[in-house]
Design a protein around this ligand. Sequence first.
Ligand code: KIV
Length: 276
Amino acid sequence: MRVTINKIQEMKQKGEKITMLTAYDYVTAKLVDEAGVPLILVGDSLGMVVLGYQTTIPVTMDVMLHHTKAVVRGTANALVVGDMPFMTYHVSTEDAMRNAARFIQETGCQAVKLEGGVTVAEKVKRIVECGIPVMGHIGLTPQSINQFGGHKIQGKTPEAAKRLLEDAIALEQAGAFSVVLETVPAPLATLISKKISVPTIGIGAGAGCDGQVQVINDILGSYTDFVPKHAKQYAKLVNIISGAISAYHEEVKSGTFPTEAQSFPMDESILKDLDK
Ligand code: KIV
């Protein structure tokens, strides 16, 4: 049975911490799902960690739908959240509803995520009214990186902290089933987590959030162009992967790969006839 939004909300009520990880392909999604992680985000961070863009801004609906389908195919239990890319929910409420529906209908994911608080609350409300669960995302929202002028901590001044709390409350009131808090001071994230009844999922927001999300490439150490301060590397896959690639390259050059173990024999007499 797949995890539902009710289950995620019950976890907050019971004080159980919620784990969320990103995944962008079938193989990784299967591993995350088999590990029992209840929430998988097909984040538009794939623009950076999979496709090599500098930001998430170039990511399109087509790209997101393609990867979300693969992740859904790799999962049996986790609740899969599709991340709505830049400008797919900004122009109009109709646009937002149609694009949210495409995620659910075409990929089979169970929820969508979009960035923003008060300014997108009406759109969140209308999407939820269509029966599509929405995860909010406030704080350092990467689609607005040019507006912020870089990866800066959000909510540090009294006014900014107040705005963030208002954003979180607006999303809760609009019907969001949970809210991501990205790169905000830990004490503020703790306060917001107490003030709203839906789970907060932190990334660079301290231990007081109801759950945590990380970009899988950051925790695996498989993307090293930019390692955020909030990420902990539980492995250094780059070393393992480049070691394997170099070993293969060396063996092909030296003729030690392939051996008989990786080859297929055939009837000698057929060869002899061919070689006459
Ligand atoms: O795109 C993404 O991976 C995200 C998470 C960092 C929350 O939005």
